[in-house]
Design a protein around this ligand. Structure first.
Ligand SMILES: Cc1cc2nc3c(=O)[nH]c(=O)nc-3n(C[C@H](O)[C@H](O)[C@H](O)COP(=O)(O)OP(=O)(O)OC[C@H]3O[C@@H](n4cnc5c(N)ncnc54)[C@H](O)[C@@H]3O)c2cc1C
Length: 402
């Protein structure tokens, strides 16, 4: 479904549609292995072409190579790319989340050095935030950046679930730069070259068979003074910018996961399923959910287009979208039957991929907590970490247990 375009937006949609029509024959396949360097190279090149056509970095300012348009045009491009059945950009994390953070908090040197190659797919980026004991509680990270006398830093620690680290050129990394202040205060954001001595990337194989994310280890990695983004000790604020863009990127990129049209086509194509009253009941239920998510998304879009930031209630859209997409996939797979489990089937990929989205970009429980506290005004969870230096937290937690 198209948005209710203004004449300018309709012209932009037409431009995007015409370009995609003309060039789609040269696009690589929509799916392929992220462990296959030739597929990654083809996707990088395609991203470069989208960028040259003004269909990547749509909301980035013009002065850094973007198109300088709004979130509605970004959704328009996503819809047109999906309509043309071609792949979108490869570096969704870089262009959707990390680039906007560099635009907001990076120095002029950072912007001129990194944004162009990121936009064109020449240098892919990864997000080095989560750790084995710091996911939902991100501010508990322990990767340590120790300052050296010459202004450089030495990095030691481990990250996990790092999507695309195996072909990334750079990572944006949150590290603890001062353990003697409360945990949200002693953090700093750094740019890390993934080929720096002391960086080790190890793939983690998922149930889908792919190894899209990784563990990353840092052993005495030296970072230059200009690796700091957003100021020493300001890492939490800088990370919040990334997390805000992460919610938007997952939200706006989500339409394809639970396509009501594809589900309806699957039902219609099956003579038994289309007359089965239970299938029709489930179909009606899930399509209602998916449409509600879509219109809720348009409400968030309207807020953004007016220069407002969507509130904590936006988290509910992610929870509903992921659950509706899982229910839709279950129904599709029930209709297709055992063939849905063929490795080449898109249903088999969705069945194994979608549950991970419950955790990615904020887990369902954490988002429900946020809604409870910040939208419904319920009492907040007890917190033991307020005002306590990070280095004393373990002792404090043990005290609370006796
Ligand atoms: C597909 C995918 C891609 C990812 N890519 C990246 C990436 O590129 N870079 C990156 O840095 N990270 C990435 N992540 C990690 C992601 O951000 C974390 O999985 C997420 O923050 C949750 O952290 P965790 O896995 O450590 O779970 P935990 O925080 O350990 O949570 C485990 C369970 O406990 C629940 N829980 C925890 N605390 C509470 C609480 N206070 N109240 C109620 N329930 C609670 C959670 O909801 C969850 O169900 C990715 C994850 C996935 C699934």
């Amino acid at each position: 479904m198209d948005l209710n375009d203004t004449p300018e937006q309709a012209a932009y949609r037409q431009e995007a549609r015409a370009w995609l029509e003309e060039h789609k024959a040269q696009a690589p396949p929509r799916s392929g292995s992220y462990e296959d360097p030739s597929y990654i190279d083809a996707r990088r090149a395609w991203q470069g072409r989208l960028a040259e056509a003004g269909l990547a970095g749509v909301t980035w300012p013009r002065e850094v190579g973007g198109r300088g348009l709004g979130p509605i045009e970004q959704v328009t491009v996503n819809q047109e790319i999906s309509r043309a059945e071609v792949p979108g950009i490869l570096d969704v994390i870089g262009i959707g989340m990390l680039g906007p953070c560099l635009i907001a908090h990076g120095s002029e040197e950072h912007k001129s050095r990194y944004l162009g190659p990121m936009l064109h797919g020449d240098e892919v980026w990864c997000q080095l935030f989560s750790e084995p004991a710091a996911g939902s509680d991100l501010a508990a990270i322990q990767t340590r950046a120790g300052p050296n006398e010459d202004g450089s830093w030495t990095l030691n620690g481990q990250k996990v679930w790092t999507t695309n680290a195996h072909f990334a050129s750079f990572g944006l990394l949150l590290a603890r730069s001062d353990p003697d202040v409360p945990k949200h205060k002693g953090l700093t954001m750094f740019i890390v070259p993934m080929d720096a001595p002391g960086v080790t990337v190890r793939g983690l194989r998922q149930i889908s068979g792919e190894a899209e994310f990784n563990e990353v280890f840092f052993d005495d990695v030296r970072l230059e003074p200009d690796a700091v983004v957003g100021g020493v000790g300001n890492g939490w604020g800088t990370a919040l910018t990334v997390l805000m863009f992460e919610r938007l990127t997952i939200g706006f990129g989500s339409e394809n996961f639970g396509s009501p049209a594809r589900l309806a086509q699957t039902v219609a194509a099956d003579a038994t399923a289309r007359v089965d009253s239970e299938v029709r009941r489930r179909l009606g239920h899930v399509i209602t959910e998916l449409l509600a998510v879509r219109f809720n998304g348009y409400r968030a879009l309207t807020a953004l287009a007016r220069g407002q930031i969507p509130g904590p209630e936006a988290g509910l859209a992610k929870v509903t979208m992921v659950n509706a997409a899982i229910t839709a996939t279950d129904l599709g797979a029930d209709i297709v039957g055992p063939d849905a489990l063929e490795p080449s089937s898109e249903w088999s990929y969705l069945i194994s991929f979608l549950p991970g989205l419950k955790s990615a970009g904020g887990t369902e429980q954490i988002l429900r907590n946020t809604i409870g506290e910040r939208v419904l005004g319920l009492p907040s969870e007890p917190r033991m970490d307020k005002g306590v230096p990070f280095s004393e937290l373990r002792a404090k937690e043990k005290e609370a247990l006796v």
